[in-house]
Design a protein around this ligand. Sequence first.
Ligand code: CTP
Length: 404
Amino acid sequence: MSERLAVVVGVTGGIAAYKAVSVVRELVLAGHDVHVIATEQALRFVGRPTLEAISRNPVRTDLFEDVAEVRHVRMGQTADVVVIAPATANTIAKLAAGLADDLLGSTVLASRAPLVLAPAMHTEMWQHPATVANVALLRERGVAFVGPESGRLTGEDAGPGRMSEPADIVAAAIAAAGPRDLAGVRVVVSAGGTREPIDPVRYIGNRSSGRQGIELAVAARDRGAEVTLVAAHLELPAPSGVRLVAAGTAEELRAAMLAAAAEADVVVMAAAVADYRTRDVSPTKIKKDAQGDRLDLALVRNPDILAELTAARRPGQVYIGFAAETEPDGEALVALGRAKAARKGVDLLVLNRVGWDEGFGAESPNRVLVLDAAGSVRGEASGSKSHVAGRVLDAVQTVRNRSK
Ligand code: CTP
């Protein structure tokens, strides 16, 4: 999700508090406004200056600091989400009982924002009937839990109780804060770039990192969608909480998309599909000595997957295509997009300009135009690929609402 959220991060007293620094850092890097409330015990594990420098805001501990500001009420009321990482057994017990004997407890009670807890404790404590009952009670009240994971604990021991990884905690916090306007909607996203084999060790590929498709899958997941990600050689790890289907070549991607789209409400074709594949794949490695100075590869056209998908569309389905063009002139670019939207039969076409330095790559920002089926410009977005993903889904919602 792309909007700037006010996030209260509660840090309580456990060894995993050092990992809270990464939680705060990832939230700040994603553009959110982060306010840390640390308990006295937490500050025995991780220093206030660290949390202040990373969050770029003062770290609060004490209910009796700046009392005139009624801080707990203000922080609780303005938060879009409250996430407590690590949440110790003691904190969970206090929250279950509704205790407000410190700033964190008071803030939670004063807040109506979603609450996300990332427990961290020893296995015995996590499995103790008191903790089990407290967790059940909090879940009943709508509190979201992320983890704990099973794994190595502080000492030599291992088992459930290890705090989840910071990226998963951040994802859970953002998901809890976001609109759930795609709840129950089945979204299929293709991402990455296909590779067409030449021989067992070589292929024809492209420079797609898969980042834009991944961000679309993440954004849809965070808005409540059931997401299937059809992945062709992603350069980045696939996100959690989505169904992953691997597809290496255009033919594999076609088969995976035809199967997944049959069950989908929204189909996003963000993968870069090779337009051609080698006619003959050598079963053995091509050797220079046998080949000589010249190698000719015969290529044949791959099917147009998106056109095939839209030709088989069911009523109510929404199809989104992507077009990456190198055309420098703005009007000519839109004209190319308009023709492509018609040729592919999509409801929306996300058009962006690519070059040697633009568009591709994991981190580069994106500037896109969103065209409708008739080729009219319906929106424009620039910024991070996660921001672009959010705007594309907004356009999807507009189409869905129109066809209701
Ligand atoms: N696409 C597809 N199957 C192909 C090629 C492309 O489904 N064989 C999809 C892409 O995933 C994208 C859209 O079609 O959503 C446009 O891709 P693009 O490569 O821009 O279009 P092409 O049809 O290949 O046209 P061009 O001649 O401009 O390459």
